[in-house]
Design a binder for this molecule. Structure first.
Ligand SMILES: Nc1ncnc2c1ncn2[C@@H]1O[C@H](COP(=O)(O)OP(=O)(O)OP(=O)(O)O)[C@@H](O)[C@H]1O
Length: 261
């Protein structure tokens, strides 16, 4: 059964076609990795899944119903940077979502409700290895720790869909490897459906259960905005071979060169 259905989806900004004719059917618990040349509309697609942007044409369905037009607790997002609140401690950053959910006006929990929420927060911090940093400020954390915090902040809300926009792009290779293992563990534990944008095809192959390549099939050098990108490869990972890897890398590089020209 399709959890997320994308049907004949288009997105334009003014005269510029960014995405054209996207069609996907994604079951619950899938880990989709999205790759493609810069400017191919990967982040725009995530923003539509989040409810921050709406499609120009076509359908986006969650459990067979139109996607909520506003971001909500069922969809979490982590960006490459700046996903956390700099003026809140680590613990408060993770607590805030629960407080706003339960007390949308006051934004604060008291008494037993607060103790229960804090117990959940502390458990989440332990899962991402940040227990010892609970009372620190985000600027006191390394890049990897900040991304752990951003992931904790999203997952505490138990989102049905987790959107990751190049979450490890700014991290050193060693830290990235640790983050990969952490993310895979959390994904297996929570069963959440993930869409993750990456510029690293290897990372896409390693983490995902399904690889989606965004690319332009048509290009008019005189009218660069006339055609948008679409999904050119939709590949279950595991059945992928070296030849496919090379084909995808070549097609993405060719489009990147066209965009830069
Ligand atoms: N709010 C907006 N208004 C107008 N144009 C936009 C807006 N958001 C994105 N675009 C344009 O849409 C195109 C796709 O942008 P998007 O950020 O989705 O690409 P991307 O594939 O995620 O790129 P990158 O890999 O560099 O992050 C770009 O040409 C961008 O300039």
């Amino acid at each position: 059964m399709s959890f997320i259905t994308v049907r004949n989806l288009w997105k334009n900004y003014g005269d510029q076609v960014v995405l054209e004719n996207l069609n996907l059917s994604v079951p619950q618990g899938e880990f989709c990795t999205l790759v493609g040349a810069s400017g191919c509309g990967k982040s725009t697609f995530l923003k539509m899944l989040l409810g921050q942007e709406s499609p120009s044409r076509g359908e986006l369905l969650l459990d067979g119903r139109p996607f909520p037009r506003e971001p909500d607790r069922h969809r979490g997002i982590v960006f490459q940077r700046y996903s956390v609140f700099p003026h809140l401690s680590v613990r408060q950053n993770v607590l805030m979502g629960l407080e706003l959910e339960q007390k949308p006006v006051l934004g604060r929990l008291f008494g037993r409700a607060r103790r229960t929420a804090l117990a959940r927060v502390d458990e989440m911090l332990a899962q991402v290895g940040l227990s010892a940093s609970a009372h620190r400020w985000p600027h006191e954390l390394s890049g990897g720790m900040q991304q752990r915090l951003a992931i904790a902040q999203s997952l505490i809300m138990r989102p049905r869909v987790l959107l990751l926009d190049e979450p490890f792009g700014a991290l050193d290779p060693g830290i990235r490897a640790d983050m990969h293992e952490l993310l895979l563990t959390l994904w297996r534990e929570t069963g959440t459906t993930i869409f993750m944008v990456t510029h690293d095809l290897r990372e896409g192959f390693y983490l995902g259960t399904r690889l989606l390549v965004f690319d332009k099939v048509r290009n008019d050098p005189h009218a660069p905005g006339a055609y948008g990108a679409t999904v050119t490869y939709d590949q279950p990972i595991g059945q992928a071979d070296r030849r496919l890897y090379q084909d995808i890398e070549a097609s993405v590089t060719t489009t990147a060169r066209h965009q830069a020209a």
